[in-house]
Design a protein around this ligand. Structure first.
Ligand SMILES: Cc1ncc(COP(=O)(O)O)c(C=O)c1O
Length: 490
């Protein structure tokens, strides 16, 4: 024992007074439940005061701080100044709301704090069950596999990694691109989400590999253009390997012709990936599921639980039709994770790190599993139908209004429109709509986002919100007209 100080007091992060922490936990639960219950009465978003921003410029703390102080910083400087996405009038991008059961599941998850998707432990079996449910929901078959990831971006990345492994002709894991003199090409519509481009860049294909195919009037990939681009690329010596079909584009929620794309993939021995970040969940709707039933023709699918299934941030899934390709792409091994045959690492154990990049992951399956158990798939489907009907309702108000103009067909739950009043100058209309949008956000009335549709600035309302009622849409339109009037543009 020489050199070891046995008199040193041993410490841990556990509190001396557990009950004090328990009481704080109760207080914190009350705080966030009140916050959610009363959210509709609050501003959707508000500007952050300088002193709140300054709170987060302090130096790295060396010493302990009382729990009371940390808690009040949360209450005063964090809670009021979040994005506002849990509000019924939040319509920006495709951001989800979560639901109250997620407060409970987050506490339970934090309480057991176990790594997800590995080791012989029930959390692993919950993840297996969630993935199995999703495989069945999308009719991916017994020999498929899946992985829970943080978002659609990572789901797209994992899927395209498997596509690269399967469809390139060099040894991607051993030699990388070092030995390849082949130029591979990847196809998607010009409306495709940036995460697909990012994945293509990071996987070493490079931006030049992406062929952005033009879209038709419905903003769906133009299949004839796709065919001729592939033919022209083959004629020039390129090797087409993958098509990404959109099931719900981020701008307008357009759904590409999945059947036609599947045929083209089969004819050319290409990988078919579906980016169904939110749209794939149309499968839960009794009314609209036929629109996405061909997703099972894809080799891979990416979708988000945190969008149209209202799971708290963040939770997404990637499904791969052939489990073997999925495993082959990601299962590097090392002595310290090899199976011991029994105990915590028994033979036959499913280890999800063999299906993606991350070794340590949260036990996210719990919140997904709890919410699915709480609601059942039918309720999620009814909420999707409700949002689609609300989008149609909003569309009707817009088309009936002489000063408003719809800028894209309403495919699902996204409505892109603008105020034009009596203006005809396109530049002025663009500037006016941007000003209206900013005022709506800054006054805390609602948070729509914006996009450009055929060169026109659009106010974009996405309704993947289980809290939204028609009255919130009525209010939004009234606010837009009022602001336009105040700006003297009626
Ligand atoms: C169509 C589409 N694909 C991919 C993504 C990326 O998903 P995430 O933000 O969960 O990474 C989004 C996000 O909005 C999306 O709308």
């Amino acid at each position: 024992m020489e050199g070891i100080n046995l008199n040193l007091k041993e410490i841990s992060l556990d509190p001396d007074d557990w009950n004090k922490y328990r009481e704080f936990a109760h207080k914190a639960v009350d705080l966030v439940f009140d916050h959610q219950m009363k959210i509709a009465e609050k501003k959707v978003w508000q500007e952050i005061p300088e002193n709140s921003k300054n709170t987060f410029l302090e130096q790295l703390p060396k010493n302990e701080m009382p729990l009371e102080d940390i808690y009040s910083t949360f209450k005063d400087d964090i809670l009021p100044y979040t994005l506002g996405n849990i509000h019924p009038s939040f319509f920006g991008w495709v951001v989800g709301q979560g639901s109250p059961i997620q407060i409970i599941s987050s506490i339970l998850q934090a309480g057991i704090n176990t790594p997800g998707g590995m080791f012989e432990q029930i959390p692993n079996y919950i993840e297996i069950q969630v993935i199995d449910w999703m495989k069945k929901l999308f009719n991916f078959g017994e020999s498929s596999s899946g992985l829970l990831v943080n978002g659609g971006s990572m789901a797209n990345y994992v899927a395209l990694s498997v596509a690269r492994y399967e469809k390139t002709t060099f040894d991607v894991l051993q030699k990388g691109f070092q030995t390849s003199d082949q130029f591979y090409t990847i196809y998607c519509s010009s409306e495709t989400h940036l995460s697909v481009y990012k994945a293509t860049e990071q996987l070493g294909f490079g931006r030049d590999a992406i062929r952005k195919i033009k879209v038709n009037e419905q903003f769906e990939l133009d299949v004839d253009d796709l065919r001729s681009q592939i033919k022209s690329d083959i004629d020039q010596g390129y090797k087409p390997i993958c098509i990404v079909a959109n099931v719900g584009t981020v701008n307008t929620a357009a759904i590409d012709d999945v059947d036609a794309i599947a045929d083209i993939c089969r004819e050319n021995n290409m990988w078919m990936h579906v980016d169904g970040a939110f749209g794939a969940l149309l499968i839960l709707s009794e009314k609209h599921r036929d629109r996405v039933s061909s997703i099972d023709k894809a080799d891979s699918l990416a979708f988000d639980f945190h969008k149209w299934m209202h799971i708290n941030y963040s939770a997404a899934c990637v499904l791969i039709k052939d489990e073997q390709s999925h495993r082959n792409t990601f299962s590097s091994t090392a002595d310290y994770v090899s199976k011991l045959g029994r105990g915590v690492l028994p033979v036959g154990l499913k280890m999800f790190p063999n299906y993606g990049m991350e070794l340590s992951r949260e036990f996210n399956a719990l919140k997904i599993w709890m919410s699915i158990k709480e609601n059942g798939t039918l309720k999620f489907g009814r909420l999707i139908d409700q949002n689609i009907e609300q989008a149609q309702y909003l569309g009707k108000i817009i088309t009936d209004h002489e000063s408003l103009e719809l800028l894209a067909p309403i495919s699902m739950q996204i409505v892109c429109f603008r105020y034009h009043g009596k203006l005809s100058d396109e530049e002025k209309i663009n500037r006016l709509n941007q000003e209206i949008l900013l005022q709506i956000q800054e006054k805390g009335m609602a948070v729509p986002s914006s996009t450009i549709i055929s060169g026109k600035y659009a106010i974009r309302v996405n309704i993947t919100n289980h809290r939204t009622k028609r009255i919130h849409l009525d209010r939004l339109i009234k606010n837009i007209i009022d602001i336009a009037n105040e700006l003297g543009q009626n």
